[in-house]
Ligand binder design. Structure first.
Ligand code: C5P
Length: 241
């Protein structure tokens, strides 16, 4: 299979809606992401149906629990045939190592990446939960901890990409949501970059939901983003927030 950079977020409330959208996309040109709402409503069957249609699936459940529990959940996700899954780096080094080791014991393992700090948390939110300091420093510490645990990469905002690329080197995957083509609505995303800006900064994969899933022609929206990426840095740029 090719290695498409685009991961379409299937943020739907039913398997039928998610699969109807997936049926309008080419699995050779994008991967798909299944998050907490769809998984909680539709269960593992929706993963199997997407895999059956030829999609590589990022299971975005952000596991955060004791090492044994997270490792077992990761093994269960691997059995579903997912391509990538994630855990919270704040679950600690031992937890991340346990997850990686369990996956490495399998004949075919999914990629394992870490969420550093939720982008919904700022410095004041951190202070309120008893963790004073700057959110950006915490992101750096947690990203480096995930690399120490041997994880394959991190989820990060486009604005964190260049710093994390410098810290983690070329081999870790940087998976970036909060991406908006220049002409598309930002929705509730505040600090966005265009796809070509995010790739130029060093992102490997872009998670994009509504600009594709809410488009009248989702595959055409995806093609427009591919064209933007092919045009590279000369593509239109968003004005900074
Ligand atoms: O529709 P939109 O492109 O905003 O969807 C982005 C996807 O990425 C959603 O599934 C959202 O949950 C996820 N995400 C995000 N910001 C993060 C982490 C994940 O938007 N910091």
């Amino acid at each position: 299979m090719t290695d498409p950079r685009l991961i379409v977020a299937l943020d739907f409330a039913s398997a039928e809606a998610a699969l109807a959208l997936a049926d309008r996309l080419d699995p050779r040109r994008c991967r798909v992401k299944v998050g907490k709402e769809l998984f909680t409503r539709a269960g593992p069957a929706v993963i199997e149906r997407l895999v059956h249609r030829g999609f590589e699936v990022f299971l975005d459940l952000k596991y955060h629990d004791i090492p044994n529990t997270v490792a077992a959940a990761c093994a269960a996700a691997a059995e579903l045939g997912v391509w990538m899954l994630n855990v919270h780096a704040s679950g600690g080094l031992t937890m991340m190592q346990a997850a990686r080791e369990r996956l490495e014991s399998l004949p075919q393992r999914p990629l394992l990446i870490a969420v550093t700090l939720l982008t919904s948390l700022d410095d004041a939110d951190l202070a309120a939960i008893g963790c004073p300091g700057r959110a950006c420093d915490r992101v750096a510490v947690l990203a480096e901890l995930s690399a120490q645990a041997g994880l394959d990469g991190v989820v990060c905002s486009a604005h964190e990409v260049s710093d994390l690329r410098a810290r983690l080197g070329p081999d870790r995957l940087l998976v970036t949501p909060g991406v908006r083509p220049a002409e598309s609505a930002r929705g509730d995303q505040k600090r966005v970059m265009t796809p070509s800006q995010a790739i130029a900064a060093g992102a490997d994969h872009l998670v994009i939901g509504r600009p594709i899933t809410a488009a009248a022609d989702p595959q055409a929206a995806l093609s427009a983003i591919e064209a933007e990426l092919a045009a590279g840095p000369s593509a239109p740029r968003l004005s900074p927030n």
